[in-house]
Design a protein around this ligand. Structure first.
Ligand code: HEC
Length: 299
């Protein structure tokens, strides 16, 4: 029996193939499956043992069989086993594609002109070239019909449709990836769940300085329409994200444990405080905020 690989290659090869298949098919998140489910480690250990056992059994069988052969058969067996691998079909295919005639047949090809001793052989075109040529004719015909008769998409059209598709996918992605919001994309979140979340965040982080009703203390009153750092969702988002002026005490919450999505939620919640009349309002600071971009039916 001729063997493609020695057993010290074969055993790891089979083992890691099985290992790879397991990792591919078992969904284990970021961890490798064998770490997440220790039972898989046990299974792999068994697999390993079984592969080694099979190797041992096969070689024992081979040995027994070998011993039962007569001398001539033994020799033939050894010869067959040691015969190096030859890729005969590859060789043949190569010869066929190159298509050269052997030197001995040169006489049949020689043309009857002779320039200063230089002779010409009438070789056939090499088949690899000829097949390539036919293939290019077929390609050309299909190309002509598709792009010049039926006006197929040019590269620019394809680019444009890919852009359009990518834009749609990006929009989809942004909807699911809420933490991508920033100053430029943030919008007021009117969803009750978002506002409730914003309220929780506010109560956990902001009441110490702004009071639970937004009336203000260390921080300014958030219920009036005066803003020091600008009103509207974008500015409020920015203030919470980047913090207030230096030394005033309002930190950049993006660096203090709030995710962009959470800042958008709490910023939206802060804007809902506008309707509240707080128990002890701090006097207004800053300017009345008018949003030039917003029409009167919006606030
Ligand atoms: C340590 C006290 C403190 C905490 C806690 C605090 N703030 Fe402030 N906040 C301030 C101060 C002080 C200012 C004024 C900053 C300035 O003048 O530059 C301010 C300003 C603001 C402004 C801008 C007000 C305006 O008039 O422009 C908003 C909005 C705001 N805070 C929201 C929040 C939110 C939301 C939280 C919780 C995540 C929070 N703050 C937590 C002290 C605080």
């Amino acid at each position: 029996m001729r063997q493609l690989f020695p057993s010290y290659v074969r055993v790891p090869l089979v083992f890691f193939t099985i290992f790879g298949i397991i990792e591919f098919f078992i969904d284990s998140g970021n961890e490798p499956a064998f770490l997440k489910y220790p039972i898989i480690m046990l299974f792999l250990a068994l697999v390993f043992l079984i592969i080694i056992a099979i190797e041992a059994i096969v070689s024992a069988l081979e040995n027994v069989m070998y011993q039962s052969l007569d001398e001539a058969a033994k020799e033939r067996y050894i010869a067959a086993k040691n015969r190096p691998l030859k890729f005969t079909w590859l060789n043949n295919a190569y010869k066929k594609l190159v298509g050269t005639k052997p030197m001995e047949k040169e006489q049949e090809l020689i043309l009857d002109h002779n320039y200063d001793g230089i002779k010409e052989l009438d070789n056939d075109l090499p088949p690899w070239w000829l097949y390539g040529f036919y293939a290019s004719i077929i390609f050309g015909a299909i190309y002509l019909v598709k792009y010049h008769v039926f006006d197929g998409d040019t590269q620019y059209d394809e680019l444009e449709s890919e852009y359009a598709q990518a834009k749609i996918e990006l929009e989809e992605y942004k909807k699911t990836a809420k933490d991508l919001v920033d100053f430029n994309t943030v919008t007021f979140l009117s969803d009750a769940a978002d506002l409730a979340k914003g309220k929780t965040i506010y109560e956990e982080n902001c009441v110490a300085c702004h009071k639970s009703d937004g009336g203000g203390g260390i921080g300014p009153n958030l219920t009036d329409n005066h803003w020091i750092l600008g009103g509207g969702i974008k500015n409020v988002f920015k203030t919470i994200n980047d913090g207030g002026r230096d030394g005033k005490g309002m930190v950049a919450w993006s660096k203090n444990g709030l995710k962009p999505s959470e800042i958008a939620q709490v910023a939206s919640y802060v804007l809902t405080l506008q309707d509240i009349t707080p128990a002890e309002p701090k006097e207004a600071e800053g300017d009345v905020w008018v949003d030039e971009n917003v029409t009167s039916d919006n606030n």
